[in-house]
Design a protein. Structure first.
Length: 191
């Protein structure tokens, strides 16, 4: 995105076009981007929807219709060019793995292999568990480290050896599903 903005700002004004001198560099950036910004943001949302496993992809017809409804007149070609610009800005690196991705993939496999599992409820609980873990990440991993090392103050070496555990998204995904399944089972017993 930064590369796009740099190229966009340094591009010369076409011959015959009038150029009002902006008061500052920020004004120049704003003036050049204000018309394209909604399209760029929407292209990011559209790419995210294409990567998502549990939502319906936003197709180009829907996208163009939505953009027209918010007074942003674009064609399908312009929309595709905007997506391509965003992809180039990301250097086509979209597969940033995170715990939610692992949870969703594992739930899809679980749902395929065991159709009797109430996937909607389990998915719902997984989201809440993952949000909680994200908020309390440091405390959870500190407690886990102290439990596994059986020490209140683990050594530096033990902390370094524990780093792969904190970065293992698959392990976290499995743990999230296990906790969510436990909560779901307990909740069904209460009903």
């Amino acid at each position: 995105m930064v590369k796009y903005i740099e190229d966009f700002i340094t591009a010369p004004t076409p011959k015959g076009a009038t150029s009002n001198r902006p008061r500052s560099y920020e004004d120049a950036v704003y003036n050049k981007l204000k018309d394209k910004f909604p399209l760029i943001i929407f292209s990011c949302v559209q790419l995210a929807s294409k990567l998502s496993l549990h939502s319906h992809m936003i197709d180009n017809n829907t996208a163009v219709h939505f953009l027209h409804s918010v007074s942003c007149t674009v064609s399908k070609q312009t929309l595709l060019e905007s997506e391509l610009m965003v992809l180039k800005g990301l250097k086509f690196r979209l597969n940033v793995l995170n715990p939610l991705t692992y949870v969703e993939i594992l739930l899809e496999v679980l749902g395929h292999n065991e159709p009797s599992v109430p996937m909607k409820h389990l998915y719902h609980y997984c989201h809440h568990v993952l949000q909680f873990i994200s908020l309390e990440r440091t405390a959870i991993y500190e407690t886990l480290l102290m439990t596994t090392t059986e020490r209140v103050s683990p050594s530096r070496e033990q902390r370094e050896q524990f780093v792969p555990v904190t970065e293992d998204c698959m392990l976290l995904g499995v743990g999230v599903i296990a906790v969510a399944a436990f909560i779901l089972r307990k909740w069904e017993q209460v009903k």
